[in-house]
Design a protein around this ligand. Sequence first.
Ligand SMILES: [Zn+2]
Ligand SMILES: [Zn+2]
Length: 429
Amino acid sequence: MDIKRLVDSLRDCPCGRPHKAEIKAIEIGSGLKAETAKILNKYGFPKRILVVADKNTLRASDGIMEILKEGGFDAELELYDNLRVAEMTECRRLQEICGSRGFEGILSVGSGSLNDICRFAALHADTDFAIFATAPSMDGFASGTAPITDNNFKTTHPARQPSIIIADTSILAKSPAILKSAGFGDMIGKLTGLVDWKVSHLLTGEYYCKNIAALTEEALRRVTALADRITEDSEEAAEAVMEALVITGIAMKLADSVRPASGDEHIISHYWEIKKLEEGKLSDFHGRKVGVATLICSRIYRYLASFETVDPAAENLDWDDIHRVYGPNFTKDVIRLNNPTITEQTTPKLIKENWQAIREIVFSTLPENEELKALMKTAGAPTTIEEIDVSPKLGLEGVIYHPYMRYRMTLMRLIPMLNIPVDWKSFIE
Ligand SMILES: [Zn+2]
Ligand SMILES: [Zn+2]
């Protein structure tokens, strides 16, 4: 993928924000594992490196340590059993290892949480950072931020964007179907994410770049066109999905915002995740939760937009109730993120004036409910909370209360102002 051409095409963007990316190379192709050392050398990656993997990702990229050593790298391995949660304690530990043992670069072998702890540690230890991807399971590869769990509360932190991303399509194609369908679910989330970005731009004047939104839209088009081939052992499909996932990650970095890739559906997924974690339970894969949340959000957005007119009013929230639902572990963060509340950035009058434009955004972006569900089923992605092991109680809670864990305008954050009756349960069943 020609990353330089992509960034050059956004030079002097009319949105006024300079679009910069630190990524030097994105190499996606068949048999690239054998070329790993050569690629890292070509782009000047430092020689003294810490390789971070878990047993699954190391098995998938069997022989990579030898390839690195033969290629002249002074590489040491940090091996996890099966890393599923990106914990702040692990970020700090890797950072400390880099500092005390003089590593100048981190190579993360894997995806998801493994990448996230590495990109956080690389920023804070000020080392270079590269990824060898083993599954097209989520869109965070190129991201310059990392969702990290600290005391069970998950928030997005600044982190280092990788300078090099390598993906061997013969490895991606053989990755478990569950991870590939998770990547599809994460991409489907861009549907509601883009709606939220556009709505916030209208109502709060939040920064928006149509050229960057177009990058995400194009990546989404390419992946949905491949829905029926997602779970196949196909290098061609794996390559296309991987490229789309990488592009949306780059879009976040170029916009310097998570908006091009994340909206209500991601916040709901995070809510489910932290609440399960609080009980010591692991969640399903990120993209699988995001996919299910997208389907629920999409139904609600379309329902809201079915009202031809609205009569909005200032919100009158029962904060005691909200704090009770979040519980003692999270209430402090909820208070911090809602003083002032994001809704103070808009007015009932502005919502009323923009309602037709909002309806237009919803209907032009989101497919019909049944169409979206069928698309997800075709790609092997789950479509119900039951399939991702979220109880009806937790499912409902996340859908109703998630907006208060961010200072961010989304369509669902507006519901308390809209005066539209919402039968929440009906959207989850
Ligand atoms: Zn722009
Ligand atoms: Zn995601």
